[in-house]
Each structure stands twice: as structure tokens, then as C-alpha cells.
Design a protein around this ligand. Structure first.
Ligand code: GCU
Length: 405
């Protein structure tokens, strides 16, 4: 037993000094969630400096190596305003679409609405949407995306205009004083294993990336743009928000970019906010089989044995510390494992406490419809897998509590 332990430690050291992590099958089994405050080589993290200078970079490397693939490099952006309406929603907001380019030869469109007449710059939600910018507002100038879209036809049409206004609730966010910026991630990387386009063909061949990493990259490019809007958007109050696969995306985006002040991954489930070692809802094997383009090749090697994953999703949350994180859920959405998600927050709590940043102030899941608004926050409502006005009310409340009005 001891020999085995020493042997595996030796392999780990050897692999590390060779500049790489071991093959998934050579990682030690650990049925419990790995302690985020212990380095890959077993060293305990005892100071905040060690957390920020050593353990955080190591966790970022581990998540990219074993799960999400590499987030494409940041090379700055160019932004071009496509159209603007300074009197949107009856004069309450300015609405514009901006073409953003962060890879030569590629662009995607960001839709942004900013409340008019505020004395101070607004806090801003940013995140990817499922159905195209034109489905979120009635303005006929908001372009119908030409990228591949879900559904039988595989493309967006004029018929969808304004159709999903009640998922993003742009006007209601404006009324509450928030700006919102959103894009269709299919313009960055189509959500299919067999359709390419977007940025991937333009990236270096040796870079192993994934859809989730590319979409997170795009969230970062939106932040590049938002921080230039000093009059309109407060660069210290940017909140990443997304639903489901796009919730996985915004959690990853926040974990890797400290300019994001808060993150709200809604019903993100497996590969996002639920434990990979979890026993309820979607498993690592199921998600890898159905969506092979979301995660990298190494991640598939954990299909039969998640106990070898050298982290779990609480460590992705820990990468966000000391920033606030809210996990909203729906009771009927057991596929996303709401109870397991609460355990993920519990397991991230020690890192928040270690950094004197508060944490999860409850031992049990709060009652339906009642927001637990501690630094690590949780919300569960009745109903199904969806993004609703009730969810947005929790988002606004949580954002106002932690970032101010
Ligand atoms: C599927 C998938 C989930 C994902 C969800 C979504 O249900 O299994 O992992 O979160 O789609 O993105 O809506």
C-alpha cells in the first residue's frame, strides 16, 4: 500500500518535472472531493499568497488539461458599432449591436442595452444566449444570425424575432437599473461535434480547445469591450450569467477572469456546477457521449471512473474566490443535480473562509423561492429547466446585495 502510494507520488513528480500532468489512468483514485487547499504534489496551501500565486494557476492548468481544453489566447479586440438606438424601450435605454473581433478574420455580434439617465455607470450582466440576439428584442435592426442554430432547419429566421424576450428580460433589467450584454455563441463555435466554423479553424492546430472554452473566450472578449464603456458600464460590476451549457460557460469564464465581479451559472449541472463525482442526474459519461465537443479528450478517460479526476467542480468555484457566486436551480430539473450543486458550494466554502471572504451561510438548501444571499449563494424555485423572470429577480437581488445598486 505504502509502496503504491510512494510510486504514484513518484509518477506525479516525474510527470510534473517533465512539464506535463500524468495520463488520466495514472492518476490516483480519490472517491472524495479533492481538497482545493492542497497542491497537486500534496503540499498544503497555508498562505493567501500561496493560493493566488501557486494553487490558482495550478488549478487553471489542471482544468484546461483534464477537462475544458485550452481557452484560446487573448489578443485584444476590435469593436465596431453596427447600429444604435438611443431611445430603446420607449426611451428608457440605449440599445446597440457591436461587432467584436478577437481573432483576425472572425467576428461575432454583441447586443447591449444600457439604462438611460443614470447618474453613475450601471452594473452589467454579460453572457451567451441560446437563440440569437434577434430573439431577445423587437428592434428590426438586431440582425438574424447566419450561424448554425438548433432546430430542424439549422438556421435562424425572421420568425424568431422577439420570441425569447421573457428568457433574458432585457427591459425588466433596464427598469431595475442594470445593463445587459449578450451574444449568440454559435457565431463563436457552433454547438455541434460535426459542424465547424467560428474561431476554431483560425486557431493554431496544436491548440486543443473545446466549445465551452471557446464560448468562455468570447465572454472574455465581451468584457474587453465592456470595460471601455466607462460612462455606461461600471467595470467593477460585471456579472457573467448563462443558462445550462451556457451556465457551465460563464462559470468557467469567471473562474479564469477576475474582471468578472460575480457569476450566476443557472442550472448548469454536470460539467459546470454539479459534482463530477455526483450520483444524481447527468453523469460524466453521459455528457461526454452526447456532447463530445464540450470537453477535451482527457475528460473522456474519466467516463468509467470519475474518482481519478484531480479536482471537482468546487475548485472551479474556488477559483472565483473572493467574488460572489450564485447557483440558481429548479426543483424539477434533477438532471442538473440541485442538491449536488449545494454540496459543491459547501466544498468551495473553505477556500472562501481561508481568504476571509465569507462563504456559504447555510447548512441546508433554502426553501423554494427563497434566495440564500451569502457570498456563495443558492436559489431553488419550483418548476423546470428554464430561465425565467423569477430567476432574474433572484439575480438582481443577489447583484444588488453584493455589488450595490
Ligand atoms: C442537456 C445536457 C446538459 C445541459 C443542457 C442544456 O440536457 O445534458 O448538460 O446543461 O442540455 O444546455 O440545456
Amino acid at each position: 500500500m505504502r509502496y503504491l502510494a510512494m510510486f504514484s507520488l513518484f509518477t506525479l513528480f516525474a510527470a510534473r518535472s517533465a512539464g506535463a500532468f500524468p495520463d488520466p489512468k495514472d492518476l490516483p483514485k480519490n472517491p472524495d472531493v479533492p481538497n482545493p487547499l492542497v497542491m497537486f504534489d500534496g503540499t498544503k496551501v497555508t498562505t493567501k499568497e500561496q493560493w493566488f500565486d501557486k494553487r490558482r494557476p495550478e488549478l487553471k492548468a489542471l482544468f484546461q488539461h483534464y477537462m475544458y481544453g485550452t481557452i484560446p489566447p487573448a489578443k485584444g479586440i476590435t469593436a465596431k458599432i453596427l447600429h444604435e438606438d438611443p431611445k430603446a424601450f420607449g426611451g428608457k435605454a440605449t440599445l446597440r449591436e457591436v461587432s467584436l473581433s478577437g481573432v483576425p478574420g472572425h467576428e461575432f455580434r454583441l447586443l447591449i442595452v444600457v439604462p438611460n439617465g443614470r447618474k453613475t455607470p450601471a452594473a452589467c450582466f454579460v453572457g451567451p444566449n441560446f437563440s440569437g440576439n434577434h430573439t431577445l428584442a423587437d428592434d428590426p435592426k438586431v440582425a438574424v444570425t447566419s450561424a448554425w442554430l438548433y432546430g430542424k432547419e439549422g438556421k435562424a429566421t425572421e420568425a424568431g424575432r422577439g420570441m425569447n424576450k421573457d428568457t433574458w428580460n432585457l427591459e425588466q433589467s433596464i427598469d431595475r437599473g442594470f445593463a445587459v450584454a449578450t451574444f449568440y455563441p454559435g457565431e463563436v463555435d457552433p454547438d455541434r461535434a460535426d459542424v465547424r466554423g467560428g474561431i476554431r479553424p483560425l486557431l493554431p492546430k496544436e491548440l486543443e480547445t473545446t466549445s465551452i472554452a471557446c464560448w468562455a473566450w468570447a465572454v472574455h472578449r465581451c468584457v474587453d469591450y465592456l470595460v471601455t464603456l466607462k460612462e455606461e458600464v461600471d467595470p467593477k460590476r460585471i456579472i457573467s450569467v448563462g443558462h445550462s451549457r451556457l451556465g457551465k460557460t460563464v462559470l468557467l469564464a469567471a473562474a479564469f477572469d477576475e474582471r468578472i465581479a460575480m457569476t450566476i451559472p443557472l442550472q448548469a449541472g454536470c460539467g459546470g456546477t454539479a459534482p463530477s463525482r455526483g450520483k444524481i442526474g447527468e453523469s460524466v459519461k453521459q455528457i461526454n457521449d452526447r456532447f463530445p465537443h464540450w470537453f477535451n479528450t482527457n475528460f473522456k478517460q474519466f467516463n468509467e471512473d470519475t474518482s481519478r479526476i484531480p479536482f471537482d467542480q468546487h475548485s472551479l468555484v474556488a477559483l472565483c474566490a473572493p467574488r460572489p457566486v450564485l447557483f440558481p436551480n429548479a426543483k424539477e430539473d434533477q438532471w442538473a443535480n440541485p442538491d449536488g450543486q449545494f454540496e459543491v458550494l459547501k466544498a468551495a466554502d473553505p477556500v472562501y473562509r481561508f481568504l476571509d471572504a465569507g462563504g456559504l451561510d447555510a447548512k441546508e438548501v433554502p426553501p423554494l423561492g427563497k434566495l440564500l444571499d451569502s457570498k456563495l449563494g443558492y436559489f431553488i424555485r419550483d418548476g423546470k429547466h428554464s430561465m425565467t423572470l423569477e430567476d432574474w429577480r433572484a439575480f438582481w437581488e443577489f447583484a444588488e446585495k453584493h455589488l450595490g445598486r
